[in-house]
Design a protein around this ligand. Structure first.
Ligand SMILES: CC1=C(/C=C/C(C)=C/C=C/C(C)=C/C=C/C=C(C)/C=C/C=C(C)/C=C/C2=C(C)CCCC2(C)C)C(C)(C)CCC1
Ligand SMILES: [Fe+2]
Length: 286
């Protein structure tokens, strides 16, 4: 079993345990839970994007400091454009963000898995929570956008959730026949997103699967060891802290829960666009 397979196995077992025990957990104070989840996302999820310079250097052939400056400006401009769209066209913003996320998450699985199964896997984090946690999902989307848009998005996801579940169960069945471990990974993500509360399931998936796997692949792609990858990510992580502090003060005066929720999800959406544009190219050139 190679390192990626071990990561997949470890994540799957943890996700299944969390999914099955999540019903027994007593609901905690929402603001404190959100602070803990946001910290986990920051320390274990965001660093996978902070490694984007590794890909940028190889793919865009960045050499001089002028090249790097241009890269940083374009990256920041794309992120700012996303924030502008959230502000002006909330429904369009969320629809596109969710669609891009499905495509982005589907790349956790390797190319040997049929595309339709990968897409079903990538969307499970987004569609399946509306089956048993509709109200919580509606509430979260309403806080990030507004009450109207929140209801529309959650209802749309809810309509597709059952067919999505049936589709993914069929995908899991076929995948188990091809290779049990990938089948187990898909099953774990499907169980986690259906049963656990949406923010817990997203955080565990994002840190334990999406981000961990991407960081391991980045190590293999670049040949850099853990220490060197840490050094590469330091600059972008400091950049993110700086931008997050600025954003916190510019966000309108809202209750802390709402403010933090917006910071996390609008922030992730803003970073997703340049991050995806870069990571997509890696796929095509490999
Ligand atoms: C390099 C660079 C940098 C940095 C960067 C970074 C650090 C990145 C990162 C990136 C990242 C980090 C990415 C991420 C992604 C993410 C995603 C893709 C997500 C998704 C999500 C979702 C889809 C969700 C959903 C939901 C909601 C919204 C609500 C509730 C429920 C749920 C959960 C379902 C800077 C800017 C400094 C500068 C320039 C250069
Ligand atoms: Fe990513």
């Amino acid at each position: 079993m190679n390192k990626i397979q071990m990561q997949g196995l470890f994540f799957s077992l943890l996700a299944i345990v969390v999914a099955l025990t999540s019903m027994l957990l007593v609901p905690a104070n929402p603001t404190i839970s959100l602070v803990i989840l946001a910290a986990l996302i920051f320390f274990f999820g965001v660093p996978h994007g902070a490694l984007d310079p590794v890909f940028a250097q190889k793919l865009l052939l960045l050499k001089s400091w002028q090249d790097w400056t241009k890269f940083v400006i374009v990256y920041l401009a794309l992120s700012m454009l996303v924030v502008f769209i959230w502000w002006q066209l909330p429904l369009f913003f969320m629809g596109s963000f969710l669609l891009l996320s499905v495509m982005h998450f589907s790349r956790d699985l390797n190319d040997q898995v049929p595309r339709v199964t990968r897409v079903l896997y990538g969307g499970s984090m987004i569609f399946l929570p509306t089956i048993f946690h509709f109200e919580e999902m509606q509430n979260l989307f309403s806080l990030i956008l507004d009450a109207d848009a929140g209801l529309q998005i959650a209802s749309f996801l809810h309509v597709l959730a059952w067919p999505w579940l049936v589709g993914i169960l069929i995908g899991i069945y076929f995948q188990f026949n091809r290779g049990w471990l990938v089948g187990l990974e898909i099953l774990a993500v499907a169980l986690l997103s259906t049963l656990a509360s949406p923010l817990v399931s997203f955080t565990l998936y994002f840190c334990g699967m999406h981000s961990s796997r991407h960081m391991m692949r980045t190590g293999a792609y670049s040949g850099l060891n853990f220490m060197k990858l840490g050094l590469v990510s330091l600059g972008p992580m400091l950049g993110v802290i700086f931008i997050a502090l600025l954003a916190w003060f510019y966000l309108p005066e809202l209750p802390n829960y709402e403010r933090l929720l917006r910071l996390v999800f609008v922030g992730l959406a803003a970073l997703t666009v340049p991050h995806m544009l870069l990571i997509d190219r890696v796929r095509y050139q490999q």
